[in-house]
Design a binder for this molecule. Structure first.
Ligand code: 4AD
Ligand code: MG
Length: 466
């Protein structure tokens, strides 16, 4: 059967007749002599207007009985071919009693109607919400972003790999693990096991075989943070490359890669972003403004943590941050990150070289940092209005230094990290990488305010599970 998307693809030379098109009724409008049905099939954000001239009473009765949400199958002729118009064609059907069949009815309480529904209301309808233009387009947009990311990375000779989800390691060392149990007991056949928080440790191992690799997998964090930027189950793009020893080479790579991804979507923006008008989202004009900011000829801002703290302290003296005083040695709080990216730079900003104790154990020590103020070769990428979207680092490649750090943090009490540490004894090389939170990136570009809507079935501290 034909899809609406395939009709749009043939827009300059559309077929005369459409043997069969299947979809769902979005809305029905009835005049005396003619009925209009908006049909959607999910293949693209456009609906197909079906025009039904009415010749007898039975037809009026039949059209009156159609309801939003019903699945239907239609045969007709393409008509009114005006390629330059927003509605470039319509499907005209004669004899609707024979050419339009309802394949699945809806209940009387079908909750979606023609009007725009609020996002919180849609979230309460996990089985139906994706049928709306707004959330359906968000699924298609996420798919387009994943595709653009793979294309960009494959062209840079990265190899996609499949790291495990079940693991015994806490990569980030933050203790935010979901523990695995089975009906026959705790863990993986009796061994302590968790859902992965990050694929990084396994990616490092594969990078030392392939030079460049990446993965896109679900990651799990038992964080209590129940905010519009946190999920318990989110997807992370992670990438690891060898022969890189400078964090600025890493930030240059991230910027170039993300610009290419955004650029490739920019060229198809009308196909990807619906024109919506409700307060749960940015308007299309605001979204374009956002994309333009990322694609601005001006390079993204780049600042060290130490310089950022100085700027934040100056600002705090004049006008204090509501919740946290900026202090060297402490993590940047969301209010600090947002002020830097939104107000100070009004640009994406890389913050590099954080204090060692703010970050994970595997990051490479900056050997030139002063004693007592040790920093590591890492970065966070902050987007205006969103905060952290990417985090990465150069990895410590010396066995002795990483071993000492793991000891200092008391992380290897029963040798659980030995498998990973041994990598530094077998042909070690400088390497680095990063992780990008897919839902944060997608939400930033789509303009939805809560990353819960960028994943089809969200899991979060307060959410339901089905
Ligand atoms: O900064 P994070 O914790 O870094 C790592 O896990 C590294 N091991 C990645 C690497 O270098 N391979 O997480 C990376 C990104 C964050 O910048 C954020 O975008 C996203 O993952 N993220 C979350 N997204 C949604 N919900 C959460 N609870 C998230 N936690 C992290
Ligand atoms: Mg981080």
């Amino acid at each position: 059967p034909t899809t609406i998307k395939s009709l749009y693809k043939q827009i300059s030379n559309p077929p005369q007749t459409v043997d069969q098109i299947n979809g769902w009724v979005k809305s029905v409008r009835l005049l005396k002599k003619v009925g209009f049905i908006d049909l959607q099939d999910g293949s693209c954000l456009n609906a197909l207007k079906v025009v039904v001239p009415i010749t007898q009473l039975e037809e009026t009765e039949f059209l009156k009985s159609l309801k939003t949400g019903q699945s239907v199958s239609v045969t007709g002729a393409l008509w009114n071919n005006t390629p330059q118009r927003e509605q470039p064609f319509e499907l005209k059907i004669a004899d609707p009693l024979n050419t339009l069949s309802v394949t699945g009815d809806v209940s009387n309480s079908y909750p979606l109607q023609k009007k725009a529904h609020s996002i919180p209301f849609l979230r309460s309808l996990p089985t139906l919400k994706h049928r709306t233009t707004y959330l359906g387009s968000l699924l298609r947009f996420r798919s387009a972003i994943e595709h653009a990311i793979s294309e960009t990375l494959e062209s840079d000779q990265f190899i996609k790999v499949a790291p495990p989800i079940l693991t015994s390691s806490d990569c980030e060392g933050a203790g935010e693990l979901f523990k695995v149990a089975s009906t026959s007991g705790d863990g993986y056949f009796g061994k302590p096991t968790f859902l992965t928080v990050s694929a990084q440790l396994h990616l490092e191992i594969m990078a030392l075989a392939l030079s460049r690799c990446y993965s896109l997998i679900p990651c799990f964090r038992a964080e209590k943070s129940d905010t519009n930027r946190h999920l318990s189950e989110f997807w992370m793009l992670e990438l690891e490359m060898c022969f890189i020893d400078d964090v600025h080479k890493l930030t240059t790579f991230v910027e170039s890669m993300l610009r290419r991804v955004v650029k490739s979507c920019y060229d198809r923006i009308d196909e990807l972003i619906p024109q919506v008008d409700f307060r749960d989202s940015l308007s299309k004009e605001e979204i374009i403004e956002r994309w333009n900011l990322l694609l601005s000829p001006k390079p993204w801002a780049n600042i060290t943590y130490t310089d950022a703290i100085e700027i934040l302290i100056e600002k705090h003296k004049k006008e204090p941050f509501p919740k946290y005083e900026p202090i060297w040695g402490e993590s940047l709080q969301t209010e600090h990150e947002k002020w830097l990216a939104d107000k100070y730079f009004n640009s994406p900003v890389f913050v590099t070289d954080y204090p060692r104790d703010c970050k994970a154990f595997y990051m490479k020590l900056n050997t030139d940092s002063p004693a007592g103020r040790e920093t590591v070769a890492c970065f966070d990428l902050l987007f205006p209005d969103m905060g952290e979207v990417v985090g990465g680092s150069i990895r410590e490649d010396s066995y002795q230094l990483i071993f000492d750090e793991v000891e200092r943090r008391n992380m290897n009490r029963s040798g659980e990290l030995d498998w990973y540490l041994s990598l530094r004894k077998e042909g070690t090389v400088s390497h680095g990488g990063f992780g990008l939170g897919l839902e944060r990136f997608v939400s930033y570009l789509y303009g939805n305010h809560n990353i819960r809507d960028a994943i089809p079935f969200h899991r979060s501290a307060s959410g339901n599970i089905n």
